[in-house]
Design a binder for this molecule. Structure first.
Ligand code: CMP
Length: 141
């Protein structure tokens, strides 16, 4: 698919995480995404179970934070979205900010709504391959 000026439209996967949902920040975060030009192709509210969380984050399964990450991600509802725009993967990563909310640049979503490196409010796919995998895990079941 191309935009009116012939740029390729990319898809990426975005999750509003349990901490941001509990804090009532869904609307504020979606407003930031829309104001930046993202189109929401699909959206659902869901609670990840252990199986989905492990599949989603399989690349981190040998990391020391994996267990804590799975516990956190299955602790409450999340909002999952397939977002579209030109250069979506890069643009969303820029808007989201550093994994560690404490050092995320001023004005990024993690700077505004995250707490630390685990409770960081939002997830954004880091590559085309990750986006493909993550969209399949969340929306194809
Ligand atoms: P996310 O972008 O969803 O990708 C992997 C997640 O693991 C990350 O956001 C954080 O929620 C979590 N994470 C990454 N690094 C750490 C860490 N050092 N300690 C705890 N959690 C982490």
């Amino acid at each position: 698919m191309t935009s009116p000026n012939n740029l390729t439209i990319e898809k990426t996967l975005c999750l509003i995480k349990p901490d941001a949902v509990s804090a009532g920040k869904i609307v504020e975060i979606i407003t930031i995404l829309k104001n930046d030009g993202f189109h929401i192709e699909k959206m659902k509210m869901m609670k990840m179970n252990n199986d989905i969380a492990q599949k989603f984050y399989y690349v981190h399964k040998n990391k020391n934070f994996f267990e804590g990450l799975i516990r956190f991600m299955t602790s409450n509802q999340i909002v999952a979205m397939i977002l579209e725009r030109e250069n979506a993967i890069y643009r969303l990563r820029s808007l989201v900010g550093n994994t560690d909310s404490k050092i995320a640049a001023k004005g990024t979503i993690r700077n505004l709504y995250g707490t630390d490196e685990r409770k960081n409010a939002i997830h954004a796919s880091d590559s085309y391959e990750s986006a493909k995998h993550e969209i399949k895990v969340i929306f194809d079941n």
